[in-house]
Design a protein around this ligand. Sequence first.
Ligand code: KE4
Length: 430
Amino acid sequence: METNISKTLFEKAKKVIPGGVNSPVRACRSVGCDPVFITRAEQATLEDADGNQYLDFVGSWGPMILGHSHPDIVAAVTKAAESGTSFGAPTPLEIDLAEMVTEAVPSIEKVRFVNSGTEATMSAVRLARGYTGKNVVVKFDGCYHGHADSFLVKAGSGVITLGIPGSPGVPEDIVRNTVSIPYNSLEILEKTLRDTALDIACVIVEPVAGNMGCVPPSPDFLSSLRKLTKELGIVLIFDEVITGFRLSYGGAQEFYNITPDLTCLGKIIGGGLPVGAYGGKAEIMNNIAPDGPVYQAGTLSGNPLAMAAGLAALKLLQAPGFYKELNEKSAEFADRLSGTAAQVGIPVTLNRVGSVMTGFFTDEKVYDFDSAMKADADRYGQHYRQMLSQGIYMAPSQFEVAFISAAQRKEDLDRAIKMTEWSFKKLLEK
Ligand code: KE4
C-alpha cells in the first residue's frame, strides 16, 4: 500500500511515548528503519496500519508458538472477560495453570505467577539470595534476563542492540554483586564458581541463549554447570522465558535432561497475555511470602484472563506430535536457509535449537557473546529492510532470534526461502 499511516502513527507515538515504543527493540533502530504499526494478526500473518501483510517470524518474541488469534485462545479470553477481568483474589484458574506447569516441568514443585519474564527472574534471584543468605549472582555475557537492575551488566537483548554496556541508573553497589562471564566457557565457569572470595547465591542461565542471537549450549556446558552448582551449594536458575514450552513441552530442561533448582517462565505460558512465573523445589519456594520471609507480590499476578489464555495454549501444546512436527519443520527450514546462503555465496552461520534460530552474517562459528558480536549487523539491517519490503517480518536485530510457529505453512516457508535468496543476492550487489 502507498499510504503512510504507520509513519504518521510513529510521529504521534514519539510525542507521548519514549522512542515511540513500549520496548526499545521495537523501534528498529539497529536495522535502520522506522517500525510498522501492527493492527491485527491471524495465524502466521501480521497486518500493519497501511494494510500491508507480513509473514511473521517474531511471534511477539516467542509467545505465539501456535500462531496469532488462535480461536481456542480467543474464546477462552472472551469467556473469562465476561466474568470479570481482575479480582485481586485467588481464582480457580490459577490452580489449574499451576497444576499444568508443575505436571509439565517436574522440577517445579511449586510455582508463583507474575506478570513478565523480568518479574520472574528478578524474584527468582531474590529468592535464591534469601534462601542462601548470599549475594552474588553469576550470569553470562550476552544473556538477557529482563531489565531488573542486577541483570543490566553486559546484558543481551535490547542492551546489546542499543549498544549500552549495562545501563545508567543501575547503582554501583548493585553491579558489584553481579558477575558476568563468557557463555560456554567451562574453564572460566569452574574458576569463577570455585572462587571462595565470591559468596555466590546463584547462577542464572539461558539454557539456550536467545538474546545474543541463538547460541546453543556446548555439549558439556549445562551438565558441568549443574554438577558444579550442586557440589558448591549454589542455586541453579534456568531462565526458560524463551525455551519453556518452546523446545519441548517440558522446556530446555527436558530437552537436555538437566534439572535446575529454580526455573523462570514467561511468553508462551501466557498465550500472548502478560504472564511470567518462577518455580522450583518446594524447599526453596516455601521461603516466598506469605509462607516465608522473601517478599514478592503483584496486583495482577494470576490475572484470570491471562490464566485462561495460558491454559488454552498449554492444552493445545499437549497435542500428540506437536513438538516433533514443529521441530522437524524448523530443521528443514534452517537447512534450506543455510543451503541458500551457500548457493548464493554469502557467509551465514546458522544456529538453531528446536524452532528457535538465528542466521549470523559471519563465516565464523558463533558460540558466545564475543563471537556473536563479529556478525555484520549492518548487513543484517539491509537484509531486514529488504525482506520487510517483500512482506517477511523478521526480528529487527541481528542479536535476536527467529521463531517458527505451528501456523507457518509450507507455502509460507517456501516464499520466505525465495525472498531470502533474492535478498542475499542483492546484498552481494552492494
Ligand atoms: P519480559 O520482561 O520482556 O517479559 O521478559 C524478559 C526476558 C527474560 N528472559 C529471557 C530469556 C528473555 O528473552 C526475556 C525477554 N526477551 C526479549 C527478546 N529477546 C523481549 C523483547 C523485548 O524486550 O521487547
